[in-house]
Design a protein around this ligand. Sequence first.
Ligand code: PPS
Length: 299
Amino acid sequence: MEKIELPEEYPRKEWKIMQGVHMTQACVDNWENVDVFQVRSDDLFIASYPKSGTTWISEIVDMILNNGDVEKCKRDSIHNRVVMLELAGIKTMLPGTELLSKMPSPRLIKTHLPIQLLPKSFWENNCKIVYVARNAKDVAVSSYYFYSANKLHPHPGTMQEYLENFKAGRVSFGSWYDHVKGWWEKRMDLPILYLFYEDMKEDLRREILKVVGFLEKHLDNDVLEKIVRHASFDVMKDNPMTNYSLIPSILLDQSISPFMRKGVSGDWKNYFTVEQNNKFDEDYRKKMSGTTLCFRTEI
Ligand code: PPS
């Protein structure tokens, strides 16, 4: 088979290990600034393990804060409205820490960091966090396709290879199991609204109302309905400000897999073999024993 040469600017660099957590080099390059990043008490963090519905909840939060004004939410691409703290190493983009330091309060900050890697000042400011989690099987499939298209990541290999790496935490931002459990445990001590992708799929209006309450906002019913419509998969897939089409294809090749891929729960059934599923379940039971955290793998 002919070897496809990758553009030089974004070769698929090898993992860096940060305190035992696998990270892409792009998220480690600027670590000294991430570590000392100055969190403000009125920052709102949107935290998640990758591919759990971060962009979806980000758009919803921005819509709530702008009282459902669609045009205002089209002022910029989602990655500029909700800046990813740890992202750096992209030639056409300033590092997240630099963009955020220039941004007026209140800032919306995206992060995929596991709880133990948050900047030191995070612990001195009691800022609110919306955490969104998604079941491991759908995250595995969604991330497999995303890393096939995203040149910042090592190539995921075959689905079989990727599933083994996923279970072992040898994937971007480390172990899904540790990530979701780490944030779940912290919801007792920190102002965290812990949401589930599957609940959002089941009843988006209900979940948006949880966010509205958490942010201590009030929305008229027609505004709420507008947000529900605007945040639907089909509308977000067509919206250049949310579908990542403004990211150059040299970096994210959406002809390999679109960012807004399918947006469903239970898609893993189309990819896991019976054997892969049995092994995944067996491993899952061990890793998730002793937690009260429960996921639905379909709705
Ligand atoms: S990232 O790159 O980690 O920030 O990705 P993230 O935004 O967390 O997750 C991407 C997946 O979320 C799906 N998505 C949605 N699903 C339903 N409705 C809406 N509106 C929506 N917006 C994004 C997106 O399609 C990715 O999931 P998959 O399963 O790959 O389709």
